[in-house]
Structure formats: C-alpha cells, structure tokens
Write a protein of this length. Structure first.
Length: 502
C-alpha cells in the first residue's frame, strides 16, 4: 500500500512567459518538460506558454522549434493528438529588453492570449537568459506594471536559474534588485538537482524509515562522500564556464544543497520554509574556512590534453572560447565539517569535475567499522555503505556483510539494491517537470531562499580570496578519464579513507 504525503496542491492555470524562449535551455529542458506535464494532465489545459526573445519568430515557427526540442529531448515520444492540443497553447513575442518600453508590445499580446484562453492573469516569468540580464528584465517588468502584489490574485511569480552572482557581493546585489520588485515569496530560484526524484527521496529515505534516521549522526557514520562527475569537457559552454569554474558552477549550489539534505535535522513539518530553515542551519554550521584550511582541505585542478577511449582530447586551455592562460578550475574536491552535535567530527568529502571517467552522481554514507572482536579479527571487513545514486541509474543500495555458503565462516559484502526504473517500471520525471509544476502550485520547498544562497556564498568566500592570492602558483592538472589530480587522492587518503569507485 502506498501513502501520499506532503504537498499535493494542483497547478493553477497560468501564462508561462519564458524570456529566452527560443534559447537552448528552453529547447532542451523547459518546453519538453511542459509537454510532459501536459501529457500527464498536470498542466491545466487552458494555460499558455509564451516564448519571448529577440528572434523574429511567428507562433508557428515557435511551435516547430518546440516540437524539435520535444522530439530530441523528451523522455517520452510525441503523441500526435496530445501535441496538437499542446501546440495550440504556444505563442511567441519578439521583445528587446534593452529598450526603454521594450515590454509594451508583450503586454498587449499577453492580454489578448489570456482573454482568448479564459485565463485570469496568473503569470510565471521564467528568466532563461544570461545572469547579467536578470536585473534589467525584472526592472522592465516593474516599469511595465506586470507584477501583482504577493498576497492577492492573480499571482505573479519569478523563476531564475543559477548562478546567482559570482560571489557574496554580487549575489546580494542581484537579490536586492529582485527584492525591490518581487516579494521573496514570489521568487523561485531553481537548482535543477533538487528536482531529481532520487534527491527528493533523500528526505523520505531518512524520515520515513525508522532504522535510517537513528544512524545519521557522528556515533555511527564514519564519513560522507558526495560526487558529481561529468565525462564531457567544457564543450559549447566555454564562454560561461571560463567565467565561473567548478566551484561556482557546481559546489556553491548543487553539492552544498545535497549536503544540506543529507545532514539536516528532522523538520517538524513539510512546510516549505520549515524544510528550508533546517537546510539553512546546516550551511550556517559549516566549519568556517581560513587561508590555512583552504590550502589543507580544498583541491582544485584543470583537465589536461590526453587520450581517453582511443580519442585524442584537448586540454581545457585549448578548448574554443577559453581565454589564453585561463586558471579556471574544472575539478574541485573539499574536506568539510559540520560543527553541530549530530555531525561533530564527521568529515564530508565533496568532489566534482569535468572530463572524469564517467557521468555519475552519487552520495555515499559510510558507517563506522564494527569492533574487531568476532568476524574481523584477522581480516578487516568491508564497511557498510549506503549509496544514493542520482544519475544515471537512479536508486540506492545498502552494503551488508553476509556469510558465504560453506563449512568455513567467510564473510563477504552483499549489496541490497533498489533501482527506480526496475521497480516502478516507469521513467522518472525530469527535474524541470517537477520544478515547473511546483512553481505553478506555489510550493517553494525545492527552491533556494535568499538567505540560503547568501550563506553558501559567505562560506565559500575565503576559498575565492585565497585562490586570488595564489594566482601565480602552478595549477594541478589531471588527464582525461582520471578521477582528478593526485592531490585529490592525497586529500582523502591523508585521513585514512579512500574515494569510492563509481
């Protein structure tokens, strides 16, 4: 028997305005996600999707653009009858944000679309645009009087993608500008990792199973590893990535958010702010970093040229779009501590990088060794490890020790494995499906609040400052298909532990 808990609110009919509607994010993620929501009946039939951008596209051209994205990137094939109805909800408006009254024509277009489709004026504004355009676009929305008050219908909600700033000062400036137009309750900051089914399941795993929560503490846990690995290089994202790097692109949001879910205290309810309060407490409990601890506990590196799987691959510095002499890191590993009663003394090891051996993301929680009394007096037993797989094969496993059949007492590790696809016989919804649905339903649980964003930047500021001081020191490198530089191996092995093999 299954049990439904938590937020079950329905999505409200709305106009979804996508700034950057003809861009890559819209093509690969947003439009396929909206199609799948429509296919499942989760997107109200009279909702409208309005792409906004500089391109001169007709509605029909935008619909063809959307169809090509759904055909290539949707987790399910197109159902022609459903597509015909969905396509009727798609529109496009040519807008120049940098013009003083750039949204005037958009306003009249939205009024006509909403009248024809029987919509009441609920609007979602999705900024699928480069971060430097966040503030100008929001200011244009304010000038055009597109924003309603937070406590009355019709609602106005803003969705923005990371990165939110490059450091604490720029993040605060962006948040100040957004807050001058929107109430915090109207702002939904997306981290798509939080929309993954397995990530959402971390709370269920911990708090819906009586035997897990009692062991999530310093008494039973030896250490935790969080790895987000990418097999590809920087690819076509060099222009953005060279200004960002692995620390800003992945650690500041994705990996720290995963850490908070693993380490948070049990919330007293599933209310969005209750959960986000507990996650914020984890960030505030992170042991502060100093110049000395950055040197000792943080490793950065850059992938070099080499051969992998029979292919000659360029180094990061040779990639198209990367500045000459760039010191942007493509790999980061950290050893961090959470200074509270639950986790005192338990190391958390985080690592992420490009051009690694595989595309794989997982969290491993290793329990402490059993006392060397009964079965491990001659040979150390394999530790018990709970592994939460985020991608590509969503699921989790728990390694336990078992006796091998036979007259001798031979102990061998046995994995107890759960795979989402095998068990539920269905593909998991894409992260953007869940996140877009939650915005329409007004559920902010999976979205980052301002104080959380700034707390993570505040904690990482000493790393950025120390790296700036070391601008003339050699940057470690690693070859394609390697799990980072030797320094990352030394980081964890210096504590008597080792990286888990993915």
């Amino acid at each position: 028997m299954s049990t439904t808990t938590g937020h079950t609110g329905a999505a409200e009919p709305a106009t979804i305005v996508i700034f950057g509607g003809a861009g890559d994010l819209s093509h690969r993620k947003l439009l396929p996600a909206l199609y799948n929501l429509f296919l499942d009946g989760a997107l109200p039939a009279n909702s409208a999707v309005v792409g906004v951008g500089r391109k001169e596209l007709s509605d029909d051209q935008f619909r063809e653009f959307a169809r090509s994205g759904v055909e290539r990137f949707s987790r399910r094939p197109i159902d022609q009858e459903v597509w015909t109805r969905f396509a009727g909800s798609l529109f496009f408006s040519n807008v120049a944000i940098d013009q003083q009254n750039g949204l005037a024509t958009l306003g009249s277009r939205l009024d006509v679309i909403e009248h024809e489709r029987g919509l009441t004026g609920n609007r979602l504004y999705y900024l699928a645009i480069p971060p430097p355009l966040f503030v100008p676009t929001v200011q244009q929305l304010a000038r055009a009087r597109f924003i309603g008050p937070p406590d009355r219908l019709p609602f106005s909600r803003l969705i923005i993608e990371k990165p939110i700033g490059r450091d604490l000062a720029s993040a605060m400036a962006i948040n100040d500008a957004l807050g001058a137009v929107f109430d915090e309750s109207q702002i939904f900051r997306i981290d798509h990792y939080l929309g993954k089914e397995t990530v959402q399941n971390i709370l269920v795993l911990r708090f819906a199973n009586s035997f897990f929560e009692p062991m999530f503490n310093q008494r039973y846990i030896d250490h935790v590893q969080i790895t987000v690995a990418e097999e590809e290089g920087v690819g076509t994202r060099a222009g953005y990535y060279d200004q960002s790097g692995a620390l800003r692109d992945m650690i500041q949001n994705h990996l720290l958010q995963l850490l908070t879910l693993v380490a948070m205290e049990p919330p007293h309810s599933l209310d969005a702010d209750v959960i986000r309060d507990e996650k914020l407490e984890v960030l505030r409990s992170l042991r502060p970093l100093t110049s000395a601890s950055v040197d000792a506990c943080v490793v950065r590196a850059q992938y070099a040229a080499g051969t992998h799987d029979g292919k000659e691959l360029p180094g990061y510095g040779d990639e198209t779009g990367v500045a000459a002499g760039s010191r942007t890191e493509t790999f980061v590993a950290l050893n961090v501590f959470i200074d509270n009663w639950r986790w005192a003394g338990v190391p958390f090891f985080l690592r992420t990088g490009k051009r690694l051996p595989a595309r794989s993301s997982e969290i491993t929680i290793q329990l402490k060794d059993v006392p060397p009394i009964l079965f491990n007096t001659g040979k150390t037993l394999e530790p018990n490890v709970l592994t939460i797989r985020l991608q590509p094969d969503e699921g989790f496993s728990l390694g336990i020790s078992s006796k091998v059949p036979g007259p001798q007492v031979v102990v061998h590790p046995v994995p107890m494995d759960f795979d989402y696809g095998d068990f539920f016989k269905m593909t998991s919804p894409e992260a953007y499906e869940r996140l877009l649905f939650d915005v329409m339903a007004g559920d902010a649980t999976l979205f980052m609040r301002r104080d959380s964003v700034e707390a993570s930047w505040r904690w990482l500021t000493p790393v950025l400052e120390r790296w700036a001081e070391l601008a003339n020191t050699p940057l470690p490198t690693y070859g394609p298909g390697e799990w980072g530089p030797a320094e990352a191996t030394a980081l964890i092995e210096g504590t008597g532990r080792r990286w888990r093999t993915l």
